[in-house]
Each structure stands twice: as structure tokens, then as C-alpha cells.
Design a protein around this ligand. Structure first.
Ligand SMILES: Cc1ncc(COP(=O)(O)O)c(C=O)c1O
Length: 432
């Protein structure tokens, strides 16, 4: 295929997509991303229809933690679906998936599988309200918990407002919003409203914006306040689950919630979510007093993908490898920032970190951003533009700054990625 034939293929697909799919994309998160059409993914790399390869640090927004098309997972799913896909009843693989899940995460008593993080969050909020008989909910500025009316929030305005047209103005009326990492503000909210709050939901690491880690004591304070006020503590581990550690953020931070929601890395790229927690709460699904349903919950494919993914993660835990790769990648990026004299700023954890321009440098010692207001001081717009340039140079990352490292990234990807970032910075700054 010549270069011009290849480019025509992308343009043709873009035209066809825009004719039949609103905006040419199937999730609004992708509206601002470069309009690349991928043909193939293997391990840590993607190939587009023009034959270009990309080192992938977006990982489908997180799910491809084992890399794309991990052979053990794809073969397990292919084998399983030969016996059917959805039975509308129980099956042995579903039981094995749940057993392996509980054995891996350790603190929960019970688990229910779903399809998306968004819907499992809804189950958690419902359970908390059912158990407490309370209505109000508390969350943190900048955290994301799905795209449904009662959780989607635009944090452009202080306190949060509806995130989209079509969302009823009162859809968010039950929410209290506090700044992340502010133990004093948290104590104040609980002292004013503690007895009304059914649940607190938190991204234990604020991955969706800024890869902001919880400061020492913040999650402990949250745990203590929720326990003292009879409030259910929900960890939204959709990103952190199976990524920060096998037991997710709960294991990483050593703080145990009452309920937690998982997705993304749980099933090697297959669309599976989970809601897990203490028997006293989760058991209410089992008695039927609280509804949780779903045609595709624990389908044969989902169960096979969970079993195979958890097999891989427990038999060959990749966490040290991932941390080592992420640490070297971050150091390499910081070095390139210095070389090109741009204020490249990196913070988070090696497995999931945030890159932006401006603000204090966290690699090298200066203070990391600790909440949404600090994040707003960074030049996120410049980074979003730079991420498009990275795509042109063969590094696939999210425009909002998060970089995810997979178990499949190795030395070749590290050197390719740094060479390509170097070339993109040269193009961006005119420095060589
Ligand atoms: C922390 C968090 N919670 C919930 C969700 C929603 O999950 P899903 O996109 O699978 O509905 C996401 C998605 O990115 C997320 O990052």
C-alpha cells in the first residue's frame, strides 16, 4: 500500500464513521482524540490501518493491563464460548471467577459481576442507601464515577454541576462534594452532615484527573469518619483495581472499604466489571431486597476472561515489572523535558502517572499537585495538543495526561517511546 493509499483509507473510514456514528466515535471521551483507525493490537503496541505502529500507554483507557490480545486470555475466552455465551442461569466458570476474585482481592466476602464500571457504581450507591436508609452521598472534586445522570458532574464550577445537556438539573441534588486530600474539610462535612450521608465514594488514587495519590492519613481519616457515622465507604477501583496491586488500592494503601467497584484491568480487556464487599451489604442482593440485574452479568466470556486474567496475575505477578518500567519511563520523560527545556511535569505512581506542562516538578522532589484546584494551575491544554503530536510520532496516550503501563511493556517499548517523545519534543519546540 502506498502512503497516499493508506491515508485515503483513514480518510475513507473517517467519512464512513461520521455518516453512521455520531461524531464518528462510540464514546464521547474519544471525540477529542486523534481520529486514528486501528487494525490490530498485540502486547504493548497498536497498528493503524496505514501500517503505523504505536507504543500504547493508553491501553484502551486502562483495560489492556496485560497488553493487547494476551494469548492466555484470548484462548480461554475462545475455548469457553464454544459451549455457549449467555445461559440466563449459573455456570461453573462464573463460580470459579468469583472464587478467584475473592482470593485475589482478599478483603471482600461476596462479589457480583457486571459489564461496565458505570453500572456497578450504581449498584454500590443503591446498596449503601438501602443499608443506611439515608439519601445523601459524598464525593470528591474531580473524581469520575460514570456517565449516568446521578453521577456525571462537571467540576468547572465550584461544587459541581450537571455534566451534559439533557441531565436533569436536580439529578445531582443528593451530592455533597469535598476537595480530595483535605482531611479538615472532610471532618467539617461529617460534622455538619454525618448522620445524613449514606455513602462516600472515592477514587482512592485520583486517576481520572492528575493521577493524584491519596496523601498519608487521608484514606485512614475517611475510613474512621465513615465508620464513626455509620456511612458506607465505597472505593471506586475501576482504574486502580488489579493495577496498583492484585488487591488494588485497598491493598496498596492498606485501607479497607465496605464496598468497591472494579472494571478495566479485571478481565484483560474484556468488558467486565465487579461490585464486591462485605457480606452484610452484598448479601442484600442475595435476599432479593435490593435489586441488581443484568442480562450479560457473568456471561461465559466474562467469566472465562476473569479466570484467565486472574490466573496470569496470580501465577506471574507483573507488579514489580510494571513499576520498574514506569519508573524508567518517567525518568526518561523527565530527562527529555530537561533536554528540550520544557516544564514537563510528571506525578502519580509508576503504573499510572500524569504528564503535563507547567507547575512544580514532582519528579526530582518538588511538591506534587494534591487536588483539583492544584491541577488547574497546570497547562493541560498544551499537553492535550502535545498528545496529538505524540500520536503522529507513534506514541498513543490520552489527551488528559494519564499514562498507563502494562505488564507487556519491555525495553524495546521504552527505548522506542523515549525516542519518539524526543522527536515529538523536537518538532514541538524546535530544539534538537
Ligand atoms: C474511576 C472510574 N469509575 C467508573 C468508571 C466508569 O466505568 P465504565 O467506563 O466501564 O462505565 C470509570 C471509567 O473510566 C472510571 O475511571
Amino acid at each position: 500500500m502506498t502512503t497516499s493509499q493508506a491515508a485515503t483509507r483513514t480518510a475513507g473510514l473517517r467519512d464512513r464513521a461520521e455518516a453512521v456514528i455520531p461524531g464518528g466515535v462510540s464514546s464521547n471521551v474519544r471525540l477529542l482524540a486523534p481520529r486514528v483507525f486501528f487494525e490490530r493490537g498485540a502486547g504493548p503496541r497498536l497498528w493503524d490501518v496505514e501500517g503505523n505502529d504505536y507504543v500504547d500507554y493508553l491501553l484502551g483507557q486502562g483495560p489492556a493491563f496485560l497488553g493487547h490480545a494476551h494469548p492466555q486470555v484470548t484462548e480461554a475466552v475462545a475455548r469457553a464460548v464454544r459451549s455457549g455465551m449467555v445461559y440466563g442461569a449459573q455456570h461453573a466458570l462464573e463460580v470459579e471467577a468469583a472464587e478467584r476474585f475473592i482470593a485475589a482481592v482478599r478483603w471482600p466476602d461476596l462479589v457480583r459481576f457486571g459489564v461496565s464500571g458505570t453500572e456497578s457504581v450504581q449498584g454500590a450507591l443503591r446498596l449503601a442507601r438501602a443499608a443506611t436508609g439515608r439519601r445523601r452521598l459524598l464525593r470528591f472534586a474531580g473524581h469520575y464515577h460514570g456517565w449516568i445522570d446521578n453521577v456525571l458532574m462537571d467540576f468547572g464550577a465550584e461544587g459541581g454541576r450537571p455534566g451534559t445537556l439533557g441531565q436533569p438539573a436536580d439529578a445531582l441534588a443528593d451530592w455533597l462534594v469535598a476537595p480530595f486530600n483535605d482531611t479538615d474539610a472532610l471532618a467539617e462535612v461529617f460534622s455538619a452532615h454525618g448522620e445524613e450521608i449514606a455513602a462516600v465514594i472515592v477514587e482512592p488514587m485520583m486517576c481520572n484527573q492528575g493521577a493524584i495519590v491519596a496523601e498519608p492519613d487521608f484514606l485512614e481519616a475517611l475510613r474512621a469518619l465513615t465508620t464513626a457515622h455509620g456511612t458506607v465507604l465505597i472505593f471506586d477501583e475501576v482504574i486502580t483495581g488489579f493495577r496498583l496491586a492484585l488487591g488494588g488500592a485497598a491493598e496498596h494503601y492498606g485501607v479497607t472499604p465496605d464496598l468497591a467497584v472494579y472494571g478495566k484491568a479485571l478481565a484483560g480487556g474484556w468488558p467486565v466489571s465487579a461490585l464486591a464487599g462485605r457480606e452484610e451489604l452484598m448479601g442484600r442482593f442475595g435476599t432479593g431486597e435490593v435489586n441488581h440485574s443484568g442480562t450479560f452479568n457473568a456471561s461465559v466470556m466474562a467469566a472465562a476472561a476473569v479466570v484467565a486474567t486472574l490466573e496470569v496475575l496470580t501465577e506471574d505477578p507483573p507488579y514489580e515489572r510494571v513499576a520498574e518500567h514506569g519508573t524508567r519511563l518517567r525518568a526518561g520523560l523527565a530527562g527529555l523535558g530537561d533536554k528540550h527545556q520544557v516544564p514537563l511535569r510528571i506525578q502519580g505512581l509508576p503504573a499510572a502517572f500524569h504528564v503535563s506542562f507547567g507547575g512544580p516538578r514532582s519528579v526530582g522532589g518538588s511538591a506534587p499537585v494534591r487536588d483539583l484546584s492544584g491541577l488547574r494551575e497546570l497547562d493541560l491544554v498544551r499537553y492535550a495538543e502535545f498528545s496529538r503530536l505524540l500520536a503522529e510520532h507513534g506514541v498513543w496516550v490520552a489527551g488528559r495526561g494519564i499514562w498507563y503501563v502494562s505488564a507487556a511493556h519491555g525495553d524495546a517499548e521504552l527505548s522506542d517511546a523515549l525516542e519518539r517523545v524526543d522527536a515529538a519534543l523536537t518538532a514541538d519546540t524546535g530544539t534538537a
